[in-house]
Design a binder for this molecule. Structure first.
Ligand code: 6GU
Length: 245
């Protein structure tokens, strides 16, 4: 997968050199390129923002540096590649979730446009629709100062779903959100620690019992912490159905 990130703080994206994503880049599984928006300005002060038409607080990112940067990304992209997807991180976007991460993991080329200040001149976003599949995306209902932290989160969530990035693909199967529920609690040695014992079922060696217990714990946790998720669950996967089987 090819990933381009455009930002006025390219150093923010240095974390993409680390851990699993860094390893995937070294292995050639992910081709990640970070671009400094200011290199696409032409004035002496390398201006990327200006005051908003209509008034109001804060500054707006100018359209032309964005058009120059995105044109450069399109020109550099391998000719074989499909129309890239342009993700515009914004608290005004559609909320990013595991389903979106899977969808994006199936694409060849993602481009992230990190806005700062009050956002990017909307005409640059509209203009980009000629060359990109444009998707404004939010991490959730709170406000960050810019898109960089959101890009780190999205690249990690998407990147780890690409074959060859996570060493053991089995670890993707039983994690939170894989089946629409939160994951069950986990324990490791010692079996008794500071007076706290692990649930005895985990020492039973009865794999069917352990699987039922884990499923029950998933429901218990989800009902307690994220009851909103239970509405989306297929009734045939409820623990009662498991017990009858
Ligand atoms: Cl993707 N960007 C910004 N600036 N703020 C956010 C966000 C994104 N998601 C939640 N808050």
């Amino acid at each position: 997968m090819r990933i381009d990130v455009v930002s006025i703080f390219p150093e923010y994206l240095a974390a993409l050199d680390l851990s699993l994503i860094g390893k995937a880049r070294q292995d050639g599984v992910l081709d990640v390129r970070v671009h400094d928006l200011r290199t696409f300005t032409t004035d002496r002060h390398r201006t990327v923002d200006d005051t908003p038409y209509g008034g109001g607080a804060g500054m707006v990112m100018k359209a032309e540096p964005w058009a120059q940067a995105l044109e450069s990304v399109l020109t550099e992209a391998p000719a074989s590649q499909h129309r890239p997807t342009l993700i515009v991180p914004s608290p005004a976007g559609a909320v990013f979730d595991q389903a979106m991460a899977h969808e994006l993991a199936g694409l060849e080329h993602l481009v992230f446009a990190c806005g700062r200040y009050e956002g990017i001149d909307e005409r640059a976003i509209d203009w980009a629709r000629d060359g990109f599949d444009v998707r404004p995306v939010s991490l959730g209902d709170y406000v960050l100062n810019g898109g960089e932290v959101a890009v780190l989160a999205m690249v990690e969530a998407v990147g780890r779903l690409i074959p060859g990035v996570v060493g053991n693909p089995e670890s993707l199967v039983e994690e939170s959100h894989a089946d629409g529920l939160l994951e069950y609690p986990v324990y490791t040695k010692p079996s008794s620690w500071r007076g706290r014992d692990i649930p005895e079922v985990l020492l039973s060696g009865n794999h069917a019992r352990i699987a039922r217990w884990r499923r029950m714990e998933q429901f218990r946790r989800t009902a307690d912490r994220r009851p909103d998720l239970l509405g989306d669950i297929d009734a045939t996967s409820l623990p009662a159905a498991d017990l009858k089987a």
